[in-house]
Design a protein around this ligand. Structure first.
Ligand code: IYR
Length: 225
């Protein structure tokens, strides 16, 4: 690779594992990841702000188009704001469940037991709003486009969810739709668009989750050897 003095490279050294260690690590990590579940019932037990900052900064380690990191995470614990977001989310969701979603879609949601009531927005100690940034504003007022924005922000959200799981906490990837009300309520600038609303906290006592199965290896992998 051509070295360029304006864009220095630094050495990067990874820990390496034996084949056995790698097998063991990949297996135990998969088994641990497979214990993650989306949870809709939260406890109001507080979670320290510094923990949340670490989880978000883990999300922000995700790869992104041209390393632009085209995301903003709003970290909300303010009760009045949460309650306003709940009210606005439920308003949209009542429209969605009451006619905007197709019968087929509603049928697909039946196993999850979802409805337009979004109590978790009030109850979870933290609401994280992940926003995508399709462009940045230059100082002269012109726009600078970001790249692969949905892919990048999706990855950041995935990394964040794994960090939540690692901390022993739970989350829900909630998508009240349309989401413009969130940008308005949070007074976000024009170059930020809400992507996901993620409550984070401890699960409610005796929480239950739908009895779902994940796709098998044969369902998700096509081999070309
Ligand atoms: N956004 C609605 C509906 C919903 C849609 C899908 I796709 C889900 O996997 C779950 C819910 C809601 O959050 O209730």
């Amino acid at each position: 690779m051509e070295l360029d003095k304006d864009h220095p490279f630094v050495p990067y050294v990874r820990d390496q594992y034996t084949a056995e260690e790698m097998l063991e690590r990949s297996k135990s990590f998969y088994e641990w990841a497979n214990t993650r579940r989306s949870v809709r019932d939260f406890s109001d037990k507080p979670v320290p702000k510094e923990v949340m900052e670490n989880l978000i900064m883990t999300g922000s380690t995700a790869p992104s188009g041209a390393h632009k990191q085209p995301w903003t995470f709003c970290l909300i614990s303010n009760k009045e704001l949460k309650s306003k977001l709940r009210e606005l989310a439920e308003e949209e969701e009542r429209k969605s469940y009451g006619g905007r979603m197709s019968d087929e879609w509603l049928k697909d949601l039946e196993p999850l037991g979802t409805d337009a009531v979004k109590e978790f927005i009030d109850i979870a100690p933290w609401i994280v709003i992940v926003l995508k940034r399709p462009y940045e504003m230059n100082e002269d007022g012109t726009k600078h486009q970001n790249y692969y924005v949905n892919e990048s922000v999706g990855l950041a959200a995935g990394f964040f969810l794994m960090a939540v799981h690692n901390a022993g906490l739970v989350a829900l990837t909630h998508t009240p739709s349309p989401m413009n009300f969130i940008a308005k309520a949070l007074e976000r600038p024009d170059n930020e668009r809400p992507f996901l609303l993620i409550p984070v906290g401890y699960p409610a006592e005796n929480v239950q989750v739908p009895d779902l199965e994940r796709k098998s290896k044969d369902d998700v992998i096509e081999y070309y050897e």
